[in-house]
Structure formats: structure tokens, C-alpha cells
Design a binder for this molecule. Structure first.
Ligand SMILES: CSC[C@H]1O[C@@H](n2cnc3c(O)ncnc32)[C@H](O)[C@@H]1O
Ligand SMILES: [Zn+2]
Length: 426
């Protein structure tokens, strides 16, 4: 499909470029040209971009899309109570169909709030991949791995996922290993994962130093911080997404900065589970790639990157208004997320030759008026409902606030039904 977005304000997120006006020519899956000029181009769809802002789609660099059936199921508790008493017992009853509908529900929510790519860690990931065939989102998928894995069968399943789906669906799918966290694994298990990650050149997705208790218990168990344990086991020798990172010491940050590790900030989930709030500036100052995620809608309790962008900006400024400028927060949600997924040469900025993952924000709303500073408008004034068009891999998936491929009513009905069945399942 060829698309022309005409006469639009463009935030490219490419270095040095702020807002410019022009036309975006999308040929098949790529951005062919961004120019003020009219070029000879035959298109299947023309979007009148007047009063819209085009920018790269958001990259949600840490989530669990299969958990959206648990939205508002367990609130007002801290992480370990939430996991041990509420979430894990429910996950024991999950079946494939639940994850399929939960995934579609999450994909719909992400698309309508401007997310075009995500990194996921969960169970029944083949169902999430099946849902991706419908939603057409871009994703890095990892099978969640814990010590419940008796004969390392789940590691094998993770490798099978890689062999079957790596680069599938027109290159929109990548597969990673998903060792859950230091407290659900041990050194032998992590070393085994590292061995295969190296063999297959697969990236890794972990939870890291999310709570103070996690750190304290790790030090009791190993005499090392979680970062030191993962480093010793070779995990960081593979490109790694490390979600949370709230309790990283200076020494931990120095370790991470030596490797291709991206820390992912999940502000809503961290605040809601009372884990704390990441000092983003401290991580960025150590030259570590800092991306942004929602975590799941069971702890967030939704999947809006616009909400995460806003929270990150506002809470980071609580003691100093100079902390974290609007543009730096937008980088976390776009190009830094792309880097976390190993895709910064393909997505994350709007540049000729890159894949067309583009969203259009409606500026014709009272909350964007007057247009004094469009970069500030994004973190400080944008609502989810301002997202009007979403293009992924050159494919229009959300057209003037309507899903092109997803049947919203069917998804909502089946997700609701799945949760009622799951709840009653023995
Ligand atoms: C092994 S699959 C993923 C696993 O992670 C659990 N989970 C969801 N959110 C969090 C979080 O913030 N910290 C730690 N673990 C989390 C989820 O319930 C699955 O069991
Ligand atoms: Zn998580």
C-alpha cells in the first residue's frame, strides 16, 4: 500500500530536527520521501495532514499483553503480595484462548493510544503471535522463564519460538529469551540461557532491581546485587531489556553502561505497586539507553504510553523543573525504545528509508490550542483520544479513529467471556 500524508507538521525525532511542515510519501513498508515538494507518486490512500502532527509510533519496551484480563483485579498491594497472592494463582489457570483474547485486547488499546511496537514477556506467546497476525503490530516476543522449568523444557520452547517465528509476519516479529527475574531463577539456569542466547544470537528481556526487597534478598542469597548476578552469568553479553531498574547502585549502573543493556522505565506500575520512582536523569547521565514501558494492564492499569510520557515528565520534575525536558521524554518513548528492541536503524524516527511506523496526533483540539510549542504539547497536553491515525510497517491500521483490521466489539466480548471462564476454572 502506498500512502501520502499531505501538508502535515512533522516531529521526526531525528537529531537536531524539531518540527517541520511537509508531505510524507510512504511506499510499501518504507518512508520514501519527506519533502515540501510534490513528487510524482501514485498512492492508494491520501491523508490530509492539515492540523495533525506526524511522529514516530511509540515503542512500549516492557509489557505483558497476555495479562490484560487481570485489569483491576488486584489493586492496592505491593509487588510480591500482588504476584504471590493474586496474579500467580490466576496465571496457573490460564489457557491459550485467554492469552489470545487478552493479547488482542492489549493490541487494540495500544494502537488507539499510538503504540506501534512492544516488547513482551509472557506465557502462551504463540497466541500473542497469532493475535499479531490480526493487529499487524510490531513486537519482540519472549517466553517467560522461571525455575518452574524442570528439565529446561521452557528454554527449549523459547528456542522453538525463535526458530518458528523470528522475522516472521513481514519481519515484524523478533524473539527474545525471557528469564523473569533474579528471584525466580538461579545461576545455573541463567548460564544455560546465556549459552543459547549466544548460540542463536537472541536478545534477552528481564525484570531488574524493581524493589528494595528484591535487592536485599539477592544480596542475602548471593552476596551480590541482581545486576552483578546477571553479569556473572553472561546475560548482558546479549542485547538486554532490563525492566524497572529502580534500585540500581552506582556500581550497577557502571556495569550496565559497559553492555548493550536498555533500562525500561515503567512509571505507573512502579507507583501503583508502591515500588518507587526511577531517577531517570541518573540513568541517562551514565549513558545507558533509557526506554519506556507500561508493564501490564494488571499493574498499570492500562497500556497508554501517552500516560507514561506524561507521568515521567511530571514526576521527574517534582524537585527540579529542569529535570527531563519534553524532547528527552519523547526520545525514551520512541528512538530509545527502538534501540532497546535492536531496531533503531529501522524505526523510532521519521527518516527516508526507515520503516513507516507513524502516528498522527489531532492538533485541532482545545487541549492543543494555541500551538505555542508542539514538542511541549506532547508530554504536557496530549490525551489518548488525540491519536487519529496509526501506520505500522507502511500499513494503515487505525484510520480516523477506526480500526482497519480489528473488531473492537468482538474483542471486548470475548475478553470479558474469557475472564469469567478463567475465574470459575478449578
Ligand atoms: C514469566 S512470564 C512474566 C511474569 O511476570 C509477571 N509480572 C508482571 N508484572 C511484573 C512486575 O512488575 N514485576 C515482576 N513480575 C511481573 C507476570 O505475572 C508473569 O508471571
Ligand atoms: Zn513486568
Amino acid at each position: 500500500m502506498n500512502i501520502l500524508i499531505e501538508n502535515v507538521k512533522i516531529l521526526t525525532m531525528a537529531d537536531g530536527e524539531l518540527i517541520k511542515n511537509g508531505n510524507i510519501y510512504i511506499e510499501n513498508e518504507k518512508i520514501k520521501k519527506i519533502t515540501n515538494d510534490k513528487i510524482d507518486f501514485s498512492y492508494d490512500k491520501k491523508i490530509d495532514g492539515k492540523n495533525y502532527l506526524a511522529m514516530p509510533g511509540f515503542v512500549n519496551a516492557h509489557t505483558h499483553v497476555g495479562m490484560s484480563l487481570f485489569r483491576n483485579f488486584s489493586d492496592d498491594v505491593e509487588l510480591m503480595t500482588w504476584l504471590n497472592e493474586k496474579i500467580w494463582p490466576l496465571e496457573d489457570k490460564l489457557i491459550e484462548e485467554d492469552v489470545y483474547w487478552a493479547s488482542l485486547l492489549s493490541h487494540a488499546e495500544m494502537i488507539m493510544t499510538g503504540t506501534t511496537s512492544f516488547a513482551d514477556m509472557y506465557y502462551f506467546e504463540d497466541q500473542t503471535i497469532k493475535a499479531l497476525e490480526k493487529s499487524k503490530m510490531r513486537a519482540q516476543i519472549s517466553r517467560g522463564l522461571t525455575l518452574e522449568d524442570k528439565n529446561y523444557k521452557k528454554i527449549e520452547e523459547n528456542i522453538e519460538l525463535f526458530k518458528k517465528y523470528e522475522n516472521s509476519q513481514d519481519g515484524r516479529i523478533n524473539i527474545a529469551f525471557g528469564p523473569h527475574a533474579v528471584y525466580t531463577t538461579d545461576k545455573n539456569y541463567l548460564k544455560e540461557i546465556n549459552k543459547y542466547a549466544k548460540k542463536y544470537k537472541m536478545p534477552i528481556h528481564i525484570h531488574l532491581s524493581e524493589t528494595k526487597i528484591e535487592n536485599d534478598e539477592c544480596i542475602k542469597r548471593f552476596g551480590q546485587s541482581p545486576t552483578e548476578v546477571f553479569e556473572e552469568c553472561g546475560i548482558f553479553e546479549n542485547r538486554t531489556i532490563a525492566a524497572h531498574g529502580l534500585y540500581l547502585s552506582d556500581k550497577d549502573l557502571d556495569i550496565l553502561s559497559k553492555y548493550d543493556v536498555s533500562v525500561v522505565h515503567n512509571p505507573s506500575s512502579n507507583l501503583k505497586l508502591s515500588s518507587g520512582f526511577l531517577d531517570c536523569t541518573r540513568v541517562i547521565n551514565k549513558k545507558i539507553n533509557l526506554a519506556m514501558g507500561t508493564d501490564s494492564s494488571a499493574s498499570n492499569n492500562n497500556l497508554s504510553m501517552i500516560k507514561e510520557i506524561s507521568l515521567t515528565s511530571l514526576v521527574s520534575k517534582y524537585n527540579n523543573p529542569q529535570n527531563l525536558k519534553a524532547y528527552d521524554v519523547l526520545k525514551m518513548a520512541t528512538i530509545n525504545g527502538a534501540k532497546a528492541l535492536g531496531l533503531d536503524d529501522k524505526i523510532g524516527t521519521l527518516e527516508e528509508g526507515k520503516l513507516a511506523d507513524i502516528i498522527l496526533i489531532d492538533l485541532n483540539n482545545p487541549n492543543h490550542t494555541p500551538q505555542n510549542n508542539l514538542i511541549s504539547s506532547l508530554p504536557y497536553s496530549t490525551f489518548d483520544k488525540d491519536v487519529s491515525y496509526v501506520i505500522i510497517n507502511g500499513d494503515l491500521v487505525y484510520d480516523d479513529k477506526k480500526f482497519v483490521y480489528l473488531n473492537e466489539k468482538e474483542i471486548i466480548k470475548n475478553a470479558e467471556k474469557s475472564f469469567q471462564k478463567l475465574r470459575n476454572r478449578k
